[in-house]
Ligand binder design. Sequence first.
Ligand code: AMP
Ligand code: ZN
Length: 117
Amino acid sequence: MSSDCIFCKIARGEIPSKKVYEDEDILAFHDINPIAPVHFMIIPKRHLANLYDADMNHQALLGKLLGKAGELARSQGLADGFRTIINTGRIGHQEVYHLHIHILGGPEPLGSMLKRK
Ligand code: AMP
Ligand code: ZN
């Protein structure tokens, strides 16, 4: 737990969120500032900053976060596919330092992953 982490606060119910799914370990909720018609995030309830800080002790949790992605995407109507993004650190343009998996989709293809320079 991290007292001033915004996603910890969401996980504790101190900040409201538009929930997609919740169990004892993980929470999924819609992004407040979506960049695709469907844009939600899956997070662990326990604070973990990012993949850089994760190790094999987090194996089961990381498996659960990804293992739920398909089911939750289906629940949001993403039958034709979706994009999964995990931003890490400054280079990865991570804004919220609590691990989260973005799930993005919509009726139209999302375009290429990164713009080529
Ligand atoms: P990242 O750049 O991967 O750290 O993305 C952080 C994401 O969290 C952004 O897409 C924000 O729109 C989203 N976000 C920030 N605050 C909230 C909030 N209170 N509820 C839902 N999503 C949020
Ligand atoms: Zn946190």
